[in-house]
Design a protein around this ligand. Structure first.
Ligand code: FE
Length: 245
């Protein structure tokens, strides 16, 4: 039921090992190449080369390091942060805590950065975060009409659809239609409020706590909270549509 993003199995290889494998693979392909006579024939061996993005990444990194513009340890730390430390599991912790602790929820809605810091989740982006609460009478939806502003320290990097022109325009023009496309039906008696994120203020939706979850622990509750539910395109507990890319 956890967000699919969090279910993705990370390869055992570290990033550097992966890049090493990639370059070794390329060298291996050359060393093990067929004789020239045989190469005049179409061969699938030519497809052994690593993917273009992997080669380009390695080439760019090598150049930047060689010229002294970047340091490999800094790069590794930065990538590790984006791969493992930021993501929807952070936002899910905040939501689960708010569901179980009314006093925390009150602080969260009044001053999100301060409340989020109580959980050790402070970050530069968190300083500008505002949390908006879904209720039986109000459904909040987040968009950035200009680009893709988003509290990524809490919910991970923005998905492709969030950055698309279609979502950015239609979320404002026809929010209920967009929600229906995500499989989320909002009753006519429920107000839909759209929040336009900016570089200054980024919004996070506090979804409604699913019914029948009274006995769950904070960790169990957090597993019901998806990235999409914190953007407001789905509801919490809606695992079937979690992590839509
Ligand atoms: Fe933006």
């Amino acid at each position: 039921m956890a967000d699919r993003q969090r279910d993705v199995q990370k390869p055992d290889l570290g990033r550097r090992d992966f890049l090493k494998t990639v370059t070794t693979g390329a060298a291996g392909a050359v060393a093990g190449a067929a004789p020239l006579s045989a190469q005049t024939q179409p061969s699938r061996d030519h497809q052994v080369l690593p993917s273009d993005p992997a080669l380009r990444t390695k080439a760019l990194e090598s150049l930047l390091v060689e010229k002294g513009y970047v340091d490999t340890a800094t790069l590794d730390a930065l990538i590790d942060t984006y791969e493992h430390k930021i993501g929807p599991h952070n936002g899910a912790k905040v939501v689960a805590k708010a569901w179980r602790d009314p006093a925390f929820k009150k602080r969260l809605l009044e001053d999100a950065p301060k409340a989020i810091a109580e959980l050790g989740l402070t970050s530069g982006m968190g300083d500008h975060t505002v949390v908006v609460e879904n209720t039986p009478k109000l459904h909040n939806l987040i968009v950035c009409t200009l680009c893709s502003c988003y509290p990524f320290s809490l919910i991970g990097l923005p998905p492709v659809w969030y950055k698309s022109a279609a979502y950015r325009s239609r979320a404002v023009i026809d929010p209920r239609g967009v929600l229906r496309e995500f499989g989320t039906t909002i009753g006519d008696d429920v107000e839909v409020r759209v929040w336009d994120s900016t570089a200054e203020i980024r919004y996070l939706v506090l979804p409604e706590r699913p019914a029948g979850t009274e006995g769950l622990s904070e960790e169990e509750l957090a597993s019901l909270v998806t990235r999409d539910s914190m953007v407001g395109v789905t509801k919490a507990g809606d695992s079937a549509r979690a992590g839509r890319a």
